[in-house]
Design a protein around this ligand. Structure first.
Ligand SMILES: [Zn+2]
Length: 271
């Protein structure tokens, strides 16, 4: 599933090829994504210039003047730029042709992604309304986390994965960040001290930053090349390593279910 680092990598990969270009034509081959692609989307974007691409959580926001084209990749969505487009493959659902001949192509086998229109008049879309701060924002700090979590008895890992607390920290990144901060994933959120929350904030940024940097090494995958890029190449300390020795202390890594997800931790390093 594309997580924040993959979406940010896509944004950085695609941006230089589309910013400042005009949309010549948007063609929807299959509107049946998580929500139907609006029937009038082609008409609305035609002739508009892409001024910027922003990211909020895992949403890509194409800024067309005051209006926004919102894109989400769901479970299996991806976006590529082609300068010499190959024939359409199965699951290529939307093509956006740019004035200079480049093509942005949205591919999504499972169709849980989204492509929606946010007119300027509608300041905040329901999808974006309840989102917590971005992990790299100054607003996401130990003081904020402490205030937000002080009455929450849920496990710290589940709190960290709650997009109302902070956006973009998926299962892998939550496990890895808690390892780096030496916090056991099952610790009640309100029992983690401010000092440790400060470590956790730093750890969250580190793991996401690492993943974006690794994604960056596959940036070319977003242009003219098939195949899925991976932030996954980044070296996990705990995730998926049940029974293997901790990379720090050699204690076997443990796995435990939390909610519907697997949590991995080192019983010696994480207290
Ligand atoms: Zn360890």
């Amino acid at each position: 599933m594309p997580e924040l680092p993959e979406v940010e990598t896509t944004r950085r990969g695609v941006a230089p090829h589309v910013i400042g270009r005009r949309i010549a034509r948007l063609t929807v081959y299959d509107p049946r994504l998580r929500w139907p692609v609006p029937a009038d989307l082609s008409e609305r974007v035609k002739g508009r210039t892409i001024d910027a691409i922003d990211r909020r959580s895992k949403y890509l926001l194409f800024r067309l003047g005051a209006d926004t084209l919102l894109m989400h990749f769901g479970m299996t969505g991806s976006l590529r730029v082609y300068h010499d487009p190959p024939p359409r493959r199965a699951h290529d659902h939307v093509d956006i042709e740019l004035s200079d001949g480049a093509l942005l192509r949205y591919h999504d086998p499972r169709r849980f992604g989204a492509m929606l229109w946010l007119p300027a008049a509608k300041e905040s879309h329901a999808l974006l309304a309840d989102l917590g701060p971005e992990p790299f924002d100054a607003a996401f700090d130990a003081g904020y986390l402490w205030k937000t979590l002080r009455k929450r008895t849920a496990a710290i890992k589940l709190a960290l994965m709650d997009s109302r607390v902070v956006v973009g920290v998926g299962n892998i990144y939550a496990s890895e960040a808690l390892f780096r901060a030496k916090i056991r994933p099952t610790t009640p959120a309100n029992k983690v001290s401010k000092v440790r929350l400060a470590k956790l904030v730093a750890a969250v940024r580190e793991v996401l930053d690492d993943a974006i940097t690794h994604g960056g090494s596959t940036l070319r995958d977003y242009v003219d090349v098939g195949g899925r890029p991976g932030a996954a190449q980044f070296r996990h300390f705990v995730y998926g390593r049940e029974g293997k020795p901790c990379r720090v202390c050699r204690t076997p890594i443990k796995m435990r279910r939390q909610g519907a997800r697997a949590s991995f931790y080192c019983p010696a390093c994480q207290r």
